[in-house]
Design a protein around this ligand. Structure first.
Ligand code: ADP
Ligand code: MG
Length: 395
């Protein structure tokens, strides 16, 4: 079993109650315009359920990393977009907590919604200040955490407030726990983990967790060069992370002793520099010459990984296979993304850049689950305790 048994908003009696929902509405903004509203859409099912059931709903979230009350990071555009999507008035409160906010909250009726202002305008948010948590709790009767992507942080709106009110999981959070929980605890076999991206040190915990548990771990992206370096190979000018090399040495030794296949690239695409116009060369092998950087896995590696993904019972993918943002180095990530999209097994993708790659290739809705949490999804599958989740009582 997946071990998921958190109190759920489905079972909560919310009619006539004021409900505080923590969303992860930290959307990308350019010149005050939202460039991707996926995180806003992701929280809609919970808000719709609460409205249908007669709650008055207050929504809170952080946005960016403001220093003080930076108007450029107001949640106004998020409230406007939420309003459009819900077909409802979605006013913005003058802050996160306090008398003025409470006065507005008290006027809300059944089915009404109110956006609270950026939680990081309050210095107490990231400090998990108990006074701030109490201030939030004073606004509502019930707390719903629907911010999986923020649940690895012990902040006032993710953790502190959950101890001050009856707390439960929202629908998005519930889905995240069930999809990632299946990967972590009860995967259909064989389980194939695909890891890429830039930093080994971010992902070494995932390798540790799955060595001896997964059938196969396929490594691509820049992180493979820390592993190659640990094997004593030439890595040229490839991105190598010094602390990653030490971790990779340990991982290689652990892999020797485990039944898990740790698969590394057999060929590469090289460039002179990280630029779309750079000179490009295919390398049949992995010893990168001086003056070159490994920027993508090669075609044979991609075909091998695609074959393994196709026969997996479960695939968990985190991190692109190369510098996919640049056309000459996108093929490996594209091939892996297509393989994951076509795979008959249970497919789960975590990670901001892997999700962006899937979206760019038009494949985002072809996987079983695209997690809304990057760091949080990694910590969850590693088996670490996420403070925001720990604070929600079991069902
Ligand atoms: P995710 O957000 O999916 O967890 P990461 O943030 O770990 O992924 O890494 C994504 C970044 O890694 C991308 O910007 C990509 O360009 C970069 N990257 C992948 N492979 C390489 C490589 N071989 N050399 C340099 N950068 C790479
Ligand atoms: Mg990233």
């Amino acid at each position: 079993m997946t071990g998921f048994a958190k109190a759920s908003v489905r079972d909560a009696d919310v009619d006539g109650k004021r409900v505080l929902v923590r969303g992860d509405l930290n959307v990308p903004l350019e010149d005050g315009k939202i460039t991707d509203d996926a995180r806003i859409r992701a929280v809609l099912p919970t808000l719709e359920l609460l409205r249908e059931r007669g709650a008055a709903t207050l929504v809170c979230s952080h946005l960016g990393r403001p220093e003080g009350k930076d108007p450029a990071l107001s949640l106004r555009p998020v409230a406007d977009r939420l309003g459009e999507l819900l077909g409802a008035e979605f006013p913005l409160a003058p802050g996160l907590v306090g008398d003025e906010v409470a006065t507005v909250a008290e006027t809300l009726g059944s089915g009404d919604v109110l956006m609270l202002e950026n939680s990081r305008f309050e210095p107490g948010e990231t400090k998990n200040d108990p006074e701030l948590a109490k201030g939030l709790a004073a606004l509502a009767d019930l707390y719903v955490n629907d911010a999986f992507g923020s649940s690895h942080r012990a902040h006032a709106t993710t953790e502190g407030v959950a101890h001050e009110l009856p707390a439960c999981a929202g629908l998005l959070l519930e889905r995240e726990l069930s999809e990632l929980g299946r990967v972590r605890d009860d995967p259909k076999r064989p389980l194939v983990i695909v890891l890429g991206g830039a930093k080994v040190s971010d992902k070494v915990g995932v390798i540790d967790r799955f060595l001896g548990f997964a059938e196969e771990i396929l490594i691509g992206g820049a992180m493979c060069f820390s592993v190659f370096k640990a094997e004593g190979r030439d890595t040229g000018d490839s991105l190598v992370e010094d602390e990653g090399v030490e971790a990779a040495k340990r991982v290689l030794a652990d892999a020797e002793r485990s039944d898990t296949l740790l698969e590394l690239p057999e060929d590469l695409v090289l460039g002179r520099e990280l630029s779309p116009k750079t000179q490009v060369q295919e390398l049949n092998g992995v010893d990168v010459p001086e003056g070159w950087m490994g920027l993508d896995i090669g075609a044979n590696t991609a075909a091998n990984y695609a074959k393994r993904i196709a026969r997996a019972g479960t695939v968990f993918w985190n991190g692109p296979m190369g510098a996919f943002e640049l056309d000459p180095f996108a093929a490996g990530t594209r091939r892996v993304a297509e393989a994951v999209a076509e795979a008959p097994g249970h497919t789960v993708v975590g990670g901001g850049d892997s999700g962006a790659a899937l979206a760019e290739f038009g494949l985002a809705d072809r996987v079983d689950w695209l997690s809304t949490g990057g760091g949080a999804s990694l910590e969850f599958v590693e088996g670490r305790k996420l403070p925001g989740l720990e604070a929600i009582p079991d069902a």
